[in-house]
Design a protein around this ligand. Sequence first.
Ligand code: ADP
Ligand code: MG
Length: 543
Amino acid sequence: MAAAATAAVSSAKASGPSAPRNRNDTFNQKDKPAQVRLSNITAAKAVADAIRTSLGPRGMDKMIETGKKEVVISNDGATILKHMSVLHPAARMLVDLSAAQDVEAGDGTTSVVVLAGSLLVAAEKLLKKGVHPTQIAEGFQYAAIEAVKILEEISIPINLDDREFLLKSATTSLSSKVVSQYSSVLAPIVVDSVLRIVNPATDHNVDLNDIRIVKKIGGTIDDTELVPGLVLNQTAITSAGGPSRIEKAKIGLIQFQLSPPKPDMDNQVVVNDYRQMDRILKEERNYLLNLVKKVKKAGCNVLLIQKSILRDAVNSLSLHFLSKLKIMAIKEVERDEIEFLCKATGCKPIADIDSFTEDKLGYADLVEEVESNGSRIVQISGIKNAGKTASIIMRGANQYVLDEADRSIHDALCVIRCLVKKRALVVGGGAPEIEISQRLSELAKTQTGFQSICFQAFAEAVEVIPTTLAENSGLSPISIVTELRNRHANGEKSSGINVRKGTISDMLRENVVQPLLVSTSAIELSTETVRMLLKIDDILASR
Ligand code: ADP
Ligand code: MG
């Protein structure tokens, strides 16, 4: 930072008015902030334009080839931008903006960038008119505050018992995805899994880590289901004849390995005596037998083993003992799964064999490996003392579909999470944006000076959402948006674009609703980014 500052000072000295190399330098230097601003705006706009066509149910999908030659097909703004290699620092701010919306609301990641792009165009026009960037930044900030107030005013409060509205919001979010034709299957799964883990009376947030999606190739998205109990990604080890079905299961989760310990460094032990060799083998056998016996003694009959990069989880000898003592073994449990598994099964992780006691086990009526749609999965059902978790098995024909379905379900889960956080809805289809636009225009008339101009510009900029929705559905944006303005002026607050029929209808009747939080956060975050971009007047490289 200090280096950058000195660089700026020295460059100012070199070409400042005190030491002009030629007369034009002074003017160039004055121009520079404006140039930097314009170039930032152009770069950021390019990013917004790139994903504009993805907005809405009739939006297009993007195929992305990653550096590793993997292919990603997606409609989700945050995903597309995350994979795009963006170099310009200002353009990268829009990528971060989309990521921020993803964290804050989870949905609306395309809208937020499109909105920012449009606000930048508006700002550019104002700059050309001679409004100072600081004034624009300030004006937009006030306009955004008013816009959020308007959104809150037109929002519809809901209750979490109101399953219908939750389903409708999830369906709206899914309707603009690649997997939209399956929304009638996925929406109830999404709503039920969130309702399973929240307590509507007390909770004001949802930890989506408590919902687990297990992806399996085979079947179609229709076969996706919310399972009672828990499913594991891993399968049981049956190579040594171990059981794959245990009734009245006592589940233990261990973080140590059932294989001979290895030294930290590479050592060699030379044994040249058969008796010594026998002793080593016997030692190993005793060591493993001892471990497995202690496991059995605690009453455990289903053993989950955390993955270790240093040692094998089991070897053939320990597997043999486990199978003799009828203990089901499941290895390759990832480190980040531990918390979820403990919550789901009511067990506690066990770090070493001496602390392997019965009170750390979880209980379930049945642990069973079943075959469905060509893949094997371990299902745990009838869990006692289970924490609030939900497991979804997702099916799809190939990895691309599965991955995109996963991202879409994530968005829909976030939509329901938004409704838990803030229990209000707005209608979709561009209706709230038109409403904001009209009321802000009204407000602009009551303001004076630059504030009034900024309000008006902001009002026009938010119309980008209905305009883009219309464009992407192959409708004429001008006639549709004009008609929408008319209807809203006549008090039809929920009139929006019916993208399926290509007309304007009441979005509430069409069941197109989305969480208030998605819309407010899109306005707030995009305005913040635009303000930040406007206030930059130089780009300096740091070492
Ligand atoms: P984002 O990544 O921003 O969520 P989407 O592609 O999901 O982008 O598009 C969201 C926009 O599409 C919202 O403005 C929403 O109101 C609108 N939309 C979603 N479903 C419909 C629908 N069935 N009819 C009209 N507009 C819709
Ligand atoms: Mg969406």
